[in-house]
Every structure is written in structure tokens, then in C-alpha cells.
Design a protein around this ligand. Structure first.
Ligand code: HEC
Ligand code: HEC
Length: 197
């Protein structure tokens, strides 16, 4: 960082500290800060001095925007489900593997029910949109890690229900079951402790 660059920074005023953090963390050492009218740069990438405060303001503002609400996530998911239902109209009761392209876990589940599993069993349990696990519209693709995790989670749930839980005597319920909500409760990361009072 050349001396000129340091001076350019003094123009950041009240954003100076924030700018400084950004400069230290994100701007490589060979970047030279120049003001708008200067045309030379001595061996280093030249960037205009107004760029840093602008980026700082954008970062601050985007941090203040509320995250997408659960309601709008659920409305979005509903729209995706309706779009897929339209595509498979007439085939809702056929086994999912005959209607969709890449079914490994939910074989035998009717196609229409698979979409309810997607919407309520998976998305709502985790508090996520379909696009957490999918590239919307390209539902058969497997490239998002949470989709892969989900197949393993489903196998885990199955094992707990059919082997581990089924082996516990003296329970109140005859056929107790767990599902995704039992642990996730609307969150991606299950809790290890109760929320503070
Ligand atoms: C937590 C992860 C997760 C979420 C969220 C999720 N899905 Fe899925 N989805 C999966 C998994 C895993 C499969 C594959 C199931 C299998 O192998 O039987 C799948 C398969 C599908 C398929 C079948 C695609 C094909 O051709 O094989 C469709 C359609 C689909 N999902 C739609 C949706 C929609 C619509 C939503 C939102 C309402 C959604 N999914 C939300 C994990 C997810
Ligand atoms: C017995 C408790 C339990 C159950 C039941 C359970 N999970 Fe999980 N799940 C976890 C834990 C623990 C993690 C790891 C969180 C972490 O990364 O620290 C996790 C992580 C995940 C993740 C990765 C986080 C992410 O969003 O990238 C996905 C996806 C997921 N679970 C989906 C599911 C689905 C779908 C079901 C139901 C088929 C399910 N889980 C059932 C405990 C559970």
C-alpha cells in the first residue's frame, strides 16, 4: 500500500473504521488507491478511491435488510410445488420413480405425496426454501450438498424408527416415530440446549 493510498483513505470520514476493516481484509497489498482525476499508478492495480466507501455502504445496508421471512419462503415453496404439480398432472398417484428422474430414497411414494414430503417434511422442518437443496426447475440434479445430506438423514430417521426406537420397551406409544421436525424444529442446525429464558 503506497502513501497516496493511505491518504485517500482519510476521506472515508465516519466510515473510516469500517473501510479500514474492508481494506485490510479484502484489498490485496499491491492495490494502489487513486483519486478520480489522477491517471498514473506505479506498479499496482489502480482503483478509484470512492469504490471502498461505496462498497462499505452497500455492505452495511445489505446487513440491515431483514432476512427473507418464513412466510415468504413458504409462499415461494408453494409456488414451486404448484408448478411441478402442473407438469405431472394426471400422474400424481404413480410411484415417484416412474414420474421423476432421480429417485433413490422415496421409491414407491406416490409422486404427489413426494411433493408434500418436499414441502412440509423437508422444507418446512428445516425452515428453508426448495432452493436450499435444489436448483429450482432442475429438481433431479444432485449437486447441492444438503440434498445429499437429506438422503442420509432420511436413512438415519428410518433406522431410528425401524430399529432403535422400535427396540425400546415400556414406551407410552405403541409405534413411536421421529421425523425431521423432531430434531430440526424449523432450523437447519438442531439445538443442543433450550433457548435462554
Ligand atoms: C432438505 C432438502 C430438500 C428440500 C428443502 C427440497 N427437496 Fe426436493 N428433493 C430432495 C431429495 C433428497 C430428493 C431426492 C429424493 C430421492 O432420492 O428419493 C428430492 C427430489 C425432488 C424432486 C424429484 C426430482 C427428480 O426428477 O428426481 C422434485 C420434483 C423435488 N424434489 C421438488 C422439490 C420442491 C418443489 C421443493 C420445495 C417445496 C423441494 N423439493 C425441497 C431434497 C430436498
Ligand atoms: C436425530 C436428529 C435429527 C433428525 C431426526 C434429522 N436430522 Fe438433519 N441434522 C441433524 C444434525 C445433528 C445435523 C448436523 C448439523 C450440523 O451441521 O452441525 C443435521 C444436518 C442436516 C442437514 C445439513 C444442514 C444443511 O442445511 O446444510 C440437512 C440438509 C438435514 N439435516 C436434513 C434433514 C432431513 C431432511 C431430515 C428428515 C429426513 C433430518 N435432517 C432429520 C439431526 C437430525
Amino acid at each position: 500500500m503506497v502513501v497516496k493510498g493511505r491518504n485517500a483513505f482519510l476521506h472515508c470520514h465516519f466510515l473510516r473504521t469500517f473501510c479500514d476493516v474492508i481494506r485490510k481484509r479484502f484489498i490485496p497489498k499491491n492495490v494502489v488507491m487513486e483519486s478520480r482525476n489522477s491517471s498514473h499508478s506505479k506498479g499496482g492495480i489502480m482503483i478509484q478511491k470512492w469504490i471502498i466507501p461505496t462498497v462499505a455502504v452497500l455492505m452495511l445496508v445489505s446487513g440491515l435488510l431483514p432476512a427473507q421471512s418464513q412466510d415468504s419462503i413458504e409462499a415461494e415453496n408453494q409456488r414451486y410445488v404448484e408448478a411441478v404439480l402442473k407438469q405431472i398432472a394426471g400422474n400424481e398417484n404413480k410411484p415417484a420413480e416412474e414420474v421423476f428422474r432421480n429417485i433413490k430414497t422415496l421409491k414407491g411414494t406416490p409422486a404427489g405425496r413426494l411433493l408434500r414430503v418436499m414441502n412440509f417434511g423437508y422444507s418446512r422442518s428445516l425452515g428453508v426454501s426448495c432452493n436450499h437443496c435444489h436448483v429450482p426447475g432442475e429438481w433431479d440434479r444432485d449437486d447441492k450438498p444438503p440434498k445429499k445430506v437429506t438422503r442420509d438423514m432420511a436413512a438415519m430417521v428410518d433406522k431410528i424408527n425401524s430399529e432403535l426406537l422400535a427396540d425400546i420397551d415400556h414406551l407410552r406409544t405403541k409405534n413411536p416415530v421421529i421425523n425431521c421436525t423432531t430434531c430440526h424444529r424449523g432450523q437447519q442446525q438442531p439445538a443442543l440446549s433450550l433457548p435462554p429464558r
